[in-house]
Design a protein around this ligand. Structure first.
Ligand SMILES: [Zn+2]
Length: 214
């Protein structure tokens, strides 16, 4: 350990990202106690998103994972991205069969980004890109904000998201195989809308990964 890291460790001893106790944490940011109890997931299908060939997530959106993701998203715990991305990389390696040319993410709108200061899905995508050694590029933009998906019925969710995403031109991923990153996948309607736009722009294969699934 270099002196700077040692000093930082003394000033800010590492805390488990799940229980927030000072502890010896593993490469996923977790203490051994939490590690044994985390709700693990794996690969799953998204019936709502036929353009997406396969999806995976290391965790279920529950308990300590849910609270950690809420802190990551709303309480400026940007540093959690690295830890979640490591777990996501493991999922991708074991659950996604097929080559991936490029990583991209489900973006926030400009207004939301200004308010929050960072795009959590982008942070995950960039860390995942380092883990997997696959380039990461912005391919989509969110051009309007919509009512929260959780307040809507299944049918409303799909129409609510139409016209929300646009492919960034010039489009860099024609005929490519793309891994789409989001922080949480719930019904899959966001992934469906985003992958529909990617498909139309010429992406050949789309896989999806999130830190957690509902
Ligand atoms: Zn813990």
């Amino acid at each position: 350990m270099d002196p700077a890291t040692r000093l930082l460790d003394r000033l800010f001893p590492p805390k488990c990202i799940f229980c927030r106790k000072v502890s010896d944490i593993n490469e996923y940011g977790s203490c051994s106690r939490c590690s044994a109890a985390l709700p693990r997931s794996g690969h799953f299908s998204i019936p709502a998103a036929p353009s997406c060939s396969a999806a995976c997530a290391p965790y279920h959106y529950a308990g300590a994972v849910r609270s950690a993701l809420l802190r990551f998203k709303f309480s400026r715990r940007k540093g959690y991205a690295r830890f979640f991305a490591r777990a996501m990389a493991d999922s991708v390696r074991s659950d996604i069969k097929g080559r991936i040319d490029c990583i991209t993410w489900v973006p926030l709108s400009r207004a939301r980004l200004r308010k929050r200061g960072y795009d959590q899905a982008r942070c995950l995508a960039e860390e995942l890109s380092k883990e997997l050694n696959i380039p990461c590029a912005p391919l989509l933009e969110k051009i309007k904000d919509v009512r929260p998906q959780s307040s809507l019925s299944r049918k409303e969710r799909l129409t609510n998201l139409s016209g929300v995403f646009r492919a960034i031109s010039p489009f860099q991923a024609k005929d490519a195989s793309v891994l789409l990153v989001d922080d949480i996948i719930t019904t899959g309607s966001t992934v469906a809308a985003a992958s529909g736009v990617l498909k139309k722009a010429g992406v050949r294969v789309i896989f999806a990964v999130s830190a957690a699934r509902d």
